[in-house]
Write a protein that binds this ligand. Sequence first.
Ligand SMILES: [Zn+2]
Length: 288
Amino acid sequence: MPISYDNTLELPVFQFENLKNIPGLAHAISTRLAPGRPLITEVQPSAPNDYRLAGRAAYIQKETVMGRRSEFLAALGLDYEKIQPNLVGVRQLHTATVRTVGAEAYGANLNWDNPLPDCDGVITDQPGVPLMTIHADCPAILLYDQVRKVAGTLHSGWRGTVGKIALEGVRQMVDGYGSDPKNILAGIGPSIGPCCYQVGEPVLSEVKRAFGPEMAAELLIQQPDGSYHFDLWQAIYNTLLEAGLDPAHIEQSQVCTLCENETFFSYRATPPDQRQNYGQFTAVIVLT
Ligand SMILES: [Zn+2]
C-alpha cells in the first residue's frame, strides 16, 4: 500500500484510503515532512526513563511541539484554538486497556499534562473530540464504525499486540456503542515492519502464548542468521479478524518506520546515545 499524501494539504500527512473522504470523519498520521524543514511533531522527555512519571508535562520543547501540533491539526481543517481543549490523549503504558470518552471530554483538556491515565487507546462517539495517540515504532490502529459513528485510536506495540488491544478496542465499540464489527473500518499505521523488527525473549514466548503455536509460526519469521522478526501488522490484522471485522475493511499501511525513517520517526533508527530525545509522530481521528 503506497503512502497516501493529500497534496491539497499544506502539510504532508499519511492517510488511509479506507478512512479518507468519509463525510463526518477526519484522520491523519503526521510525518517528518514539511516544506523546507524537518517536522518534529512530538519530542520525548529528555531525562527520565519512567514514562509514567515523565508524562507529557516533561517534554522539553513544549512550545515547539504545541506549535507543530497546531499546524498538523490545521492541515486537517481543524481550528486548533477551538478544538485543543477537546483533544484527548492517552498515557500509553503499553497496556491493552482502552477507555471511552463522552461529552465530559468537551473542554476537559485531556491532553498534554492530563491525558487519560492507564490506557493505550480511546474511543468516542462525540463530534469535535479529536483522539490522539503518539508513536515511534509501534503502530496506531484507527477504528471507525460507519453506522454508529464511533471512532477510536489505539497504540499497539508488541505488548499491546500480544495483549490484543485491537480486540479490546472492537469489544468496547460493540459493548459501549452497539457497533457491529462488520461495520467497523480499521487502519493499521506505519510502524517497525517484519523486515526490521528483530525480537528475542520475552516477545517470542508472549507471541506464542497469545496467538498459539500455529499462528505464531506465521508471525515470527526466522532469519538466515537464526534470529526472529515479529510481524506486528499481520498479528494485528489477525486480531481484527478474530474481533469479527470484514477483511475488506482492514487496511495495512505496510510502511516500515525504520526503512522509511526519513518520513517517519523511529526509535530503533535513532542512535542509542540520542534516544533520550527520539522523535515521535501523531495519529489523530475525529468525528467532525
Ligand atoms: Zn523495515
